[in-house]
Design a binder for this molecule. Structure first.
Ligand code: PEP
Ligand code: MG
Length: 328
């Protein structure tokens, strides 16, 4: 099996009819970035920085964060960008030094960008932004905000980013002033206003783990409603299609960093919708590259037209398997 995929390690990711896409990996700490070279990935599509903040008694300092981000960036060298996601805690992820109150619906609560923009937390958020900016001189770094639901949140986060840059300027510290800033699309509200959001970002990355949970109103940790966790549900696919179209209208690229991006049944659909970047676990990457190399993008566009009219995830899965994946 390894030998089967080995040849794809050195190849770019291109469909049979010549459409290029990027395959990246998700990481949780700087050491994971080594896998970029191992599997021949085209960058890190999601660096979940919250692990640096968890399981400890006090917040990591700006220096500690800077060294962690720099380590990830230098580990991958020329092998594409590192998209660093700002702190995504709350929900199910608890941080002892942050005084989070008990919530009856943590996934609908004070988490991610909401917490970073919340009262008293601006200094913590700006410290992280400064550390990311400082790391940006060592390679290709992009910033990504999680859980954006409104234009105002995006603007508030960008306002603090601007302040972080001014603070670095005042200290004579250099950073990449053209650093790209994107947002995760993982709240249905954001998907529905993607046309507005796309005008004020450089890119989107669709977080399907949360987008599915919120679209289907089914807690991703609750076994009893796990049957509703359906990335191929027509409602989810229609939202994803809408997000990609909205971004492309503004000439912005769109990635996906939820589990769905590495799933063989989803990939043909996402290629047909025009997704530009797929970020996944390292183990899924070479099989994904092989699959994409066999797909005809123009045929997948027709496949998408068909599946968007179907009535269930099961129907869509069966259709993709019998029409596209039969060569496996
Ligand atoms: C997602 O929601 O799809 C995602 C990538 O973020 P996380 O799984 O860290 O919530
Ligand atoms: Mg998420």
């Amino acid at each position: 099996r390894l030998a089967r995929y080995e040849m794809y390690r050195e190849l770019p990711t291109v469909t049979a009819d010549g459409i290029s896409v990027q395959l990246a990996i998700n990481i949780a700490n700087p050491k994971d970035a080594m896998a970029v070279k191992k599997v021949g990935a085209e960058g890190v599509g999601l660096y979940r920085t919250e692990f640096l903040f968890m399981d400890r008694k006090e917040m990591p300092s700006e220096e500690e964060q800077y060294y962690a981000y720099k380590a990830a960036v230098t580990a991958i060298g020329e092998h594409g960008p590192v998209i660093i996601r700002t702190l995504d805690v709350g929900g199910d992820k608890e941080i002892p030094y942050l005084q989070q109150s008990k919530e009856s619906n943590p996934f609908l609560g004070y988490r991610a960008i909401r917490l970073c923009l919340g009262s008293g937390n601006a200094d913590m958020f700006k410290m992280q932004l400064r550390a990311i900016l400082r790391a940006s001189v060592h390679g290709n770094v992009k910033i990504m905000y999680p859980m954006i639901a409104t234009l105002q949140e995006l603007r508030a986060a960008n306002h603090l980013l601007k302040e972080a840059k001014v603070e670095l300027d005042a200290m004579g510290v250099s950073y990449d002033d053209t650093i790209e800033v994107g947002i995760m699309i993982e709240v249905p509200a954001a998907a529905l206003i993607a046309d507005q959001l796309s005008k004020e970002v450089d890119f989107f990355s669709i977080g399907t783990n949360d987008l599915v949970q919120y679209t289907m109103a089914a807690d991703r940790m609750n076994e009893q409603v796990a049957y509703l966790t359906q990335p191929l549900h027509p409602a989810v696919l229609r939202l994803i299609d809408q997000v990609i179209r909205a971004a492309h209208t503004q000439n912005k690229w769109v990635g996906m960093c939820g589990e769905m991006a590495g799933h063989p049944v989803a990939i043909p659909i996402l290629i047909g919708m025009g997704l530009d970047e797929f970020s996944m676990s390292p183990a899924a990457l070479l099989p994904a590259r092989e699959l994409i190399s066999k797909l005809n993008c123009s045929e997948m566009v027709e496949l998408v037209r068909d599946v968007l009219q179907m009535e269930s995830a099961d129907e869509i899965e069966t259709y993709v398997k019998s029409n596209v994946l039969e060569f496996d």
